[in-house]
Design a protein around this ligand. Structure first.
Ligand SMILES: NC(=O)c1ccc[n+]([C@@H]2O[C@H](COP(=O)([O-])OP(=O)(O)OC[C@H]3O[C@@H](n4cnc5c(N)ncnc54)[C@H](OP(=O)(O)O)[C@@H]3O)[C@@H](O)[C@H]2O)c1
Length: 322
């Protein structure tokens, strides 16, 4: 499926989507305004979903950035049905409120893209005391998904097969960087003794295990869960390793050699979110760009580990009072 382009997506009118981190990035038709916003693969996804007629909720921690993005999107697409959902993945209460607000506004949800993330940031903890990468990339997306599963499932009941999807944006770093045990089940995932790269790999492995366990537990509901590595894309994600790892500043040009910018970098996400060539048979799958179904790492395919992570996550969320 390597020949995919967004023009191949079906008409998405009537479908409702949430994209976390969907507020910033390149707007192809508005080059002069590009510099007003930071780069990320979220907006490429948002823009194309809107162009194909979907209603899109941008889940962002920043009202200013979210509103600025909506203004720009409306310049390109004046009738775009685009909304802002304040959702700080560094605060579990904010995630819960975002889900509750969405459910108040809408009766259906067809596409949930768990895209926002941080990479290899210096060690820090969130409001609830979890390691920041693990909560931002995985735990908060687990919670957001859990809160939205009832609306996803009821939407699936009245939608064509394969239409209702959860897309978890992982990384091939799950295989290269996670520890050999897979997940280090330490209190609040405060794995201080390992490198920030290992913590990133672990959070991205958790995205994959989450996807596969979702597919096992909710496969019969008609909701599809898939995950992907979007490829190397030139975005703001590199700020993390640039801040934590001085050597990264030297090798960054090599790492990003030939990599696309965020707008094209969003295509693999779009394929997972809305392509009609992805079907119920793909539930639980991991994809490389674009739409290449691939086994995840040994840990990523470990069913026991996936079940253990699910139970551990539920316990940690309960301890955190959410
Ligand atoms: N770029 C790559 O080469 C690459 C490769 C493999 C996987 N990925 C994955 O692709 C996804 C998107 O990354 P990207 O490359 O687009 O990175 P990016 O440009 O840094 O964008 C990340 C997005 O996440 C948001 N975010 C960060 N912390 C947040 C928080 N606490 N609450 C809410 N939103 C938060 C950011 O919002 P702010 O503007 O508020 O910071 C931004 O919109 C990530 O999951 C990443 O792991 C990317």
């Amino acid at each position: 499926m390597s020949k995919f382009e967004p023009s191949q997506l079906p008409n998405l009118a009537g479908q409702v989507a949430i994209v976390t981190g969907g507020h910033s990035g390149l707007f192809v038709l508005l080059p002069i305004l590009q510099n007003m916003l930071t780069k990320s693969s979220g907006p490429g996804t948002t823009t194309e979903l809107l162009r194909h007629g979907a209603t899109v909720y941008i889940a962002s921690r920043s009202r200013d950035k979210g509103e600025a993005a909506i203004k720009l999107l409306k310049l390109e697409q004046p009738t775009a049905d685009v909304h802002l959902l304040i959702c700080d993945l560094g605060d579990l209460e904010s995630v819960k409120s975002a889900a509750a607000e969405f459910i108040q506004q809408e009766h259906r949800l067809h596409i949930l893209v768990n895209n926002a993330g941080v990479m290899c940031t210096p060690y820090s903890e969130t409001k609830q005391g979890f390691e920041t990468q693990f909560q931002t990339n995985y735990l908060s997306h687990y919670l957001l998904t859990r809160q939205l599963l009832p609306i996803l499932m009821s939407t699936a009941e009245t939608s064509p097969k394969g239409m209702v999807r959860i897309v978890n944006v992982s990384s091939d770093g799950h295989a290269k960087l996670a520890p050999k045990e897979g997940i280090l089940f330490v209190d609040k995932c405060r794995a201080k003794d390992v490198s920030t790269w290992t913590r990133y790999g672990m959070s991205k492995l958790a995205n994959i295990l989450h996807t596969k366990e979702l597919a096992r537990r909710y496969g019969a509901s008609g909701v599809i869960a898939v995950c992907l590595h979007p490829g190397t894309v030139k975005t703001n994600l590199s700020q993390g390793p640039r801040n934590s790892t001085p050597l990264y500043r030297l090798i960054q040009p090599l790492v990003e050699l030939g990599a696309p910018g965020p707008e094209r970098g969003a295509w693999p996400l779009l394929w997972c979110a809305a392509s009609s060539t992805l079907t119920v048979e793909d539930n639980g799958s991991y994809f490389l760009p674009i739409g290449k179904k691939t086994p995840a790492s040994k840990s990523g395919e470990d069913k026991v580990l996936a079940g253990r992570l699910w139970d551990w996550t539920e316990k940690e969320l309960a301890n955190a009072g959410v």
